[in-house]
Design a protein around this ligand. Sequence first.
Ligand code: RIB
Length: 310
Amino acid sequence: MSTEGVASVAVVGSYNHGLTMSVPDIPVPGETVLGGDFEEGVGGKGSNQAVAAARLGADATFVGRVGDDRFADDALALWDEEGVTAAVERVPDTHTGVGFVVVEESGENAIAVAPGANARLDGEAVRAASDAVADADVALAQLEIEDEPVAAVAELAAETDTEFVLNPAPARELPADLLSGVDVLTPNRTEANVLTGHPPDADREPAALARDLLDRGPEAVVLTLGGDGALVVTDESETRVPPVEVDVVDTTGAGDAFNAGFAVARGEGADLVTAAEFGCRAGALACTDYEVVPALPDREAVEGLAGETQ
Ligand code: RIB
């Protein structure tokens, strides 16, 4: 549990080596486009969220799997540098996860991920790190891993006071019992559509979308709305969190920064809306620079932005 106001956050998820390219426009199927800048670096939604949580002042643990290759060396060096406790094993016969990211001039992105070692993270691996999950204020997972480890997090969290936050990215339809084990679900609109069996681009009203998910079991749904802020929905309330205006350069990792900010604030005892506001500020700041990890804000930056927007 947290000591002296420091949140303890256990992140269970993916690490991906990132290959990021800027393009004038995201290519459509069958199209080849000529890109511009190219960067190779660290990423993966789980690792990004753990690094962001540490930068925001949490005691952060990352539970995951990497391959036995040079990408894994970069990952271990990253967690060491960022003060993230790594409960990570190298899997000998597969590669570390890899993410291909294209970012267009508007700042929008498209990502393809080859999971590699991330797909080897199983329930047993999560249970082997059970102390980290059980002792955390908040356990945070995403969907670049299989259902089984996510369900293991839900089970461990249910046995303790740990709040289980599931960021369902990238979205897939989930078993009903898994969704009902989630305390707070944090999809964006396309993810919420997929989780409820609709096409990703279905034009559904945000509150109805969130309520549809809430009916499937989570205690709260925080629907992130990109440049429109977020919507926090529980059985009793529906609260719109306003957007934070920034100059957008690259939206990649905004969701990771949001989720880390939300989890850290919840771990510090913030209510759902206050935590979503903190998350929105962290997410906005992550859009102001290229790539993910270099753009993840620290605590001072998020608090500074709060001062500017009050
Ligand atoms: O959320 C951004 C992340 O998604 C990138 O780091 C990429 O690796 C993919 O996992």
